[in-house]
Design a protein around this ligand. Structure first.
Ligand code: SAH
Ligand code: SF4
Ligand code: F3S
Length: 452
């Protein structure tokens, strides 16, 4: 099982792996030939299809040589390309889009019976994922995306039968999943949705995402809750209030701005302006001055002038983001902007990407420095593979923190850590005496590890 792409794809991969395990399969050891090969694909940027073909090459060759194996292509390229993949690589047994992730198990039966499959009907059946962490878990709250950003494939790859229609999971189902996770020992949950603010607008009666947050953020025993992705067009001040008031909700917001120029934002079909974005940031900083704000941005969108690109850099200078996922615009199949005449030259895109990354890293480092000398509450997730004497966790703002410690003792614990080094995208610290009470650090030396 190999997975690419966003957290939604990772969550789907965990779901698919859970089904394979309940059918009696286990992960193939590194270097041994797998009986079932699942490639969970991402289509967000260029070369996605080419990557799929080159990945599948060796497995297709095994099959042609007479080996008995099943090849499954899942995820967003599967949805986008559909049966074309089966025609191009006849060794593929099944092509299944993201909405079939919970059906891998029963669909495989058809494959074992010798059929080539490209399913077209959705069946609700919540399966048990095989989660890769025992501390942090992902929980989908809304599937699909109703937006039509002119650069984006997601509405076509993660839509339902009707192109792109959003489907919210009922509040009780979300709550039940989180309660079950807490009962299993999970400490942190990240809620997932492409436009998470629109959760509940398709339910009847309509419900708001802020209310969902207040409800499920209060599940007993849950230490931390995060959520992605917020959309500036839909994000309501009530969400900021909920984060400020519900203790488990972490002070961090991931709100892509994509561009700092109103003309480009209009062409992107984003439905918000740069001023609206600044207003949201202002509201967050007023209520939660220490919150992390992260984003996605695209440079070199068709027609983007140097001046328009400068507006993006200016927005960054005004906001000072904790982190930005940047990308050069990449034309995607079946998206309007891909066929526009005013494509930006590759060299220019590359140069802008270099400049935006440089500024983003500068701001990231500047933002990390506010933690220096402070004691941060760190939820320990795993060993630092590169330095086995260290463990890795994150502070409430979501920044990775490394410090010396024993993973068997600390995994899943909230530990006070004094920050001694700030890097652009991580922190290094030392375990501190004292403890956190009600989110505040008390240097009373009473206990080192806080049991929540
Ligand atoms: N639903 C989220 C993000 C979805 S895709 C949102 O609306 O913000 C993740 C990110 O990939 C996007 O935020 C965008 O910055 C980037 N992206 C999407 N399509 C792209 C394209 N064609 N070229 C370059 N980057 C793209
Ligand atoms: Fe894509 Fe826009 Fe939907 Fe995000 S909101 S998934 S960028 S169409
Ligand atoms: Fe990629 Fe699909 Fe996610 S295209 S970014 S895996 S929604």
């Amino acid at each position: 099982m190999d997975s690419m792409g966003c957290q939604m794809n990772t969550a789907d991969a965990e779901r698919m792996e859970g089904q394979l395990r309940s059918l009696g399969f286990a992960r193939a050891e590194e270097g041994t030939p797998a009986q079932v090969v699942v490639l969970n694909t991402c289509s967000i940027r260029e070369h996605a299809e080419a990557k799929v073909y080159s990945y599948l090459g060796p497995h297709a060759a095994r099959k042609r040589a007479g080996e008995d194996l099943a090849i499954v292509v899942a995820g967003c390229v599967a949805q986008q390309e559909g049966e074309a993949l089966l025609r191009r690589v006849p060794e593929i047994d099944m092509v299944m889009g993201p909405q079939y992730a919970n059906r891998l198990g029963d669909l495989l039966e058809g494959v074992f019976n010798g059929n080539q499959i490209a399913p077209t009907h959705i069946m609700e059946d919540p399966t048990q994922p095989q989660r890769s962490s025992t501390v942090c878990a992902w929980v989908n709250v809304i599937y699909g995306c109703n937006e039509r950003c002119t650069y984006c494939v997601v509405p076509t790859t993660r839509g339902s039968e009707q192109r792109g229609s959003e489907q919210s999971r009922p509040r009780d189902a979300v709550r039940a999943e989180i309660e079950a996770l807490v009962a299993e020992g999970y400490r942190e949950v990240t809620l997932l949705g492409q436009n998470i603010d629109s959760w509940g607008s398709d339910l009847s009666p309509k419900q708001s995402f802020a209310d969902l947050l207040r409800d499920v953020g209060g599940v007993d025993g849950l230490a931390r809750m995060r959520f992605v992705t917020s959309h500036p067009r839909y994000m309501s001040p009530r969400v900021i209030d909920a984060v400020a008031e519900v203790p488990a909700l972490c002070p961090m917001f991931h709100i892509p701005f994509q561009s700092g120029d109103d003309g480009i934002l209009r062409d992107m079909g984003r439905g918000h302006t740069a001023a609206r974005y600044r207003e949201i940031v202002h509201n967050i900083r007023t209520r939660l001055p220490d919150a992390a704000i992260t984003a996605d941005a695209i440079v070199g969108f068709p027609g983007e002038t140097e001046e328009q690109f400068e507006n993006t850099l200016q927005l960054m200078r005004d906001v000072r983001f904790d982190q930005i996922n940047t990308a050069a615009y990449s034309p995607r199949p079946h998206t309007p902007a891909a066929v526009w005449g005013d494509q930006v030259e590759e060299g220019v895109k590359k140069e802008r990407l270099r400049r935006i990354n440089e500024l983003a890293a500068e701001h990231a480092l500047e933002r990390r420095q506010r933690y220096l000398g402070r004691v941060e509450e760190v939820l320990v997730e795993k060993r630092n593979e590169r330095h086995p004497a260290q463990v890795k966790g994150r502070n409430p703002q979501g920044c990775p923190v490394f410090f010396e410690g024993d993973i068997d003792e600390l995994k899943g614990q909230l530990v006070p850590v004094r920050i001694v080094e700030a890097r652009p995208y991580s922190l290094v610290g030392e375990r501190a005496e004292g403890r956190f009470a009600g989110g505040r650090y008390a240097d009373d030396g009473e206990s080192v590890v806080v049991e929540a």
